[in-house]
Design a protein around this ligand. Structure first.
Ligand SMILES: Cc1cc2nc3c(=O)[nH]c(=O)nc-3n(C[C@H](O)[C@H](O)[C@H](O)COP(=O)(O)O)c2cc1C
Length: 381
């Protein structure tokens, strides 16, 4: 099939993956309203294009936390990417490296911190979920440090896990046993199944050294579900800040008051994020939350944004409203599921080309100039 945009990559992913995995990536919490709103809310921000500004040379590079990158994009942390494609996290990290953008590894990845370190050269970011057993958290932080991770991303919008109803129906949940229909789905998707049969046994790579978690994805999944620390609070942020000396990013903020406390705690950046609508259904779309966050903390720390990015046009709008860069989740996962490293590279390329064309059309040749030209953007009701 011809791939023109991220929506096409999504269709390609749907074809290749068994249903329970496609739904895991594509789905969100409850009625999936916030996931839809995240994307639709960009329609309320409109361009007002300018003309005759010599657009023959355009600059898409920017700097995030002091490091130059080729595009204002980051691959968001996503659990289980290694179930979509053999060694999927490495495939994604390599595509990010080739494109000159950061890759963020999730705590819940299949490949471990050390696997990704060994397979790539560029420093990557590590996303942290805090467990009740703080010994495990401390060990993960120490491993990220030893691997030279340039940033630690603390995800804070998981006070409890939401029901993702597609996953419940497909029995793709911790403690669930895969049902007959999922086995049938695997038989019906041989390209995925054969590739995974040849892959190393799937497990939570970062937990392989934790004996209490057992071995194998089912037992480790149960362990993670039992051990997520839902008492996480502001004191823990201070504790993590005191342990991690490199850049600290707090992910999952939409309220300006929280953004101010994150800045007070000494974080270097925050991500305006609602987890792609996978947690609080009914939560506001992130592009609508961004202006108030920027107003409150814009000068104090860097503000990144994710949730709902499927078009380069949306990245341009987020940058104009004050974000330094955008993280992409599903957009790259669809590419990974469809064609591995090549598919992730294609997803990045599609967004790059859309960003490039959009800035040329609006008459701003450098993405770093977007915020200064905010008045060119009309925000509707
Ligand atoms: C399949 C999937 C798994 C995810 N796993 C994690 C995770 O392990 N840690 C985390 O902080 N965020 C996780 N997220 C959220 C992403 O980091 C990001 O916030 C979200 O995907 C952005 O929305 P988008 O998918 O619309 O781009 C996950 C998202 C998806 C789609």
């Amino acid at each position: 099939m011809t791939i023109v945009n991220i929506h096409d990559l999504r269709r390609a992913a749907r074809r290749r993956l068994p249903r329970f995995l496609f739904d895991y990536v594509d789905g969100a919490a409850y009625d999936e309203k916030t996931m839809r709103w995240n994307e639709e809310a960009y329609d309320r921000v409109r361009f007002r294009h300018r003309v005759l500004n010599d657009m023959s040379e355009r600059r898409l590079g920017t700097s995030v936390l002091g490091a130059e990158q080729a595009l204002p994009l980051v691959l968001a942390p996503t659990g289980f990417a290694g179930l979509l494609w053999p060694r999927g996290e490495i495939a994604a990290a390599r595509a990010a490296e080739a494109a000159g953008i950061p890759f963020c590894l999730s705590t819940a990845s299949i490949c471990s911190i050390e696997d990704v370190r060994a397979a790539t050269k560029a420093p990557f970011w590590f996303q942290l979920y805090v467990t009740k057993d703080r010994g495990i958290t401390e060990e993960l932080v120490a491993r990220a440090d030893a691997a030279g991770c340039s940033a630690l991303v603390l995800t804070v919008d998981i006070a409890m896990r939401a029901n993702r109803e597609r996953d419940v129906r497909n029995r793709f949940v911790a403690r669930g046993a895969i049902g007959l229909s999922s086995w049938l789905e695997m038989v019906l998707h041989p390209s995925w199944s054969l590739a995974m049969l040849r892959a190393p046994r799937a497990q939570f790579g970062n937990l392989a050294s934790v004996p209490a978690a057992g071995s194998g994805i089912m037992s480790q999944g149960e362990f993670v579900a039992r051990n997520m620390d839902f008492s996480l609070n502001w004191k823990d942020l201070d504790w993590i800040r005191s342990r991690w000396k490199r850049k600290l990013i707090v992910k999952g903020v939409v309220a300006p008051e929280d953004a101010a406390r994150v800045a007070d705690a000494g974080a270097d950046a925050l991500v305006v994020s609602n987890h792609g609508g996978r947690q609080l259904d009914g939560d506001m779309p992130t592009i609508a939350a961004l202006p108030a966050v920027i107003e409150k903390v814009g000068g104090r720390l860097e503000v990144l944004l994710d949730s709902g990015i499927r078009r380069g046009q949306s990245v341009v709008k987020a940058l104009a409203l004050g974000a330094k860069a955008c993280l992409i989740g599903r957009a790259f996962l669809y590419g990974l599921a469809a064609a591995g490293e090549k598919g992730v590279a294609q997803a990045i390329d599609i967004l790059k080309s859309e960003i490039d064309t959009t800035i040329a059309h609006i008459g701003i040749s450098d993405v770093r100039e977007l915020e200064k030209r905010r008045s060119e953007f009309l925000i509707g009701p």
